[in-house]
Design a protein around this ligand. Structure first.
Ligand code: ADP
Length: 261
């Protein structure tokens, strides 16, 4: 609580009372705290790849590049870390734009079934390499309202996570169901799952259950935060259910295409 007190005086300067203005600033404080935590997180996340790029480049310049094998290995690391840095910066900028409501989705008629088929195509190689089974909805077209590319980004993000967090030979299934005014898109996997303790936090920026593992997979910890914001800007919602060691189900609900569109 923020309080401002001011004396209220009469014509002869006599004290008539006190004016108190009270502000509930808990929200403002909380936002400030979140913002500074975010800056600290961003700095930390950027530091890791930069330190690595700097270190390996210096070692090469100090003479390691005379060794053909080291040269090759270190350049590979430098490349990998730069790719990570690039992705991180893109994600951060993107998230900050959505959060400031600088991106309002355009409203198109989007064929979700087709979007899911495109996502499956994009991720085909990873699915094959891991020997995963990917089950897709049948070809019945289901339409929602929103921006096609954004909806594709949302689904790609969820399916990519399912691929990363499902061990070899596992199964991922994407399904769609229609209700009166809404459409549910479910992305289900039988992977490692998420513990009860972590579940409420996975949509937070930079939150990762297992930092080392997520880093190896190239994750930035921003994917689900972006997904959640994108869905909200589409007037939709996202829900997650998970059981450790059993698997995870993400359900995205988006507004259905209106009949008159
Ligand atoms: P990341 O870039 O690390 O994948 P996300 O924001 O996409 O970040 O996800 C946050 C965390 O949620 C991940 O680090 C992971 O621990 C957990 N997670 C997301 N999707 C799944 C899933 N399908 N199965 C298990 N854990 C998941």
């Amino acid at each position: 609580l923020d309080a401002h007190l001011a004396p209220y005086v009469g014509k002869r300067n006599e004290l008539k009372g006190i004016v108190a203005v009270l502000h509930d600033i808990t929200d403002i404080r909380r936002l400030e705290k979140m913002r500074s935590e975010f800056v600290a997180n961003v700095s930390h996340e950027l530091k890791t790849p930069i330190t690595s790029v700097k270190g390996f480049a210096e070692t090469l310049l100090d003479g390691a590049m005379d060794d053909e094998e080291l040269l090759h290995d270190f350049l590979n690391i430098i490349h990998k870390e730069s790719v990570r840095l690039h992705r991180l910066i893109n994600d951060i900028l993107h998230l900050s734009k959505i959060e400031q409501h600088l991106v309002t989705p355009i409203v198109e008629e989007v064929n979700v079934t087709e979007v899911i088929r495109n996502v499956a195509e994009t991720i085909r190689k990873e699915v094959k390499t891991k020997g995963l089974e990917l089950e897709l909805p049948d070809n019945t077209n289901v339409w929602v309202e929103g921006e096609r590319d954004r909806i594709q980004q949302i689904i790609l993000n969820l399916v990519s996570n399912a691929v990363v967090y499902t061990p070899e030979g596992g199964k991922i299934s994407v399904s769609v169901s229609e209700r009166e005014n809404e459409v549910d898109i479910r992305v289900q996997d039988n992977g490692i799952g998420i513990s009860k303790k972590d579940l409420p936090r996975i949509f937070e920026r930079f939150y990762r259950v297992d930092k080392a593992r997520a880093r190896d997979s190239g994750g930035t910890g921003l994917g689900l935060a972006i997904v959640k914001h994108l869905i909200e800007s589409h007037h939709g919602s996202i829900k997650v259910e998970s059981e450790e060691g059993e698997g995870t189900i993400f359900t995205v609900t988006l507004p259905k295409k209106q009949a008159n569109m």
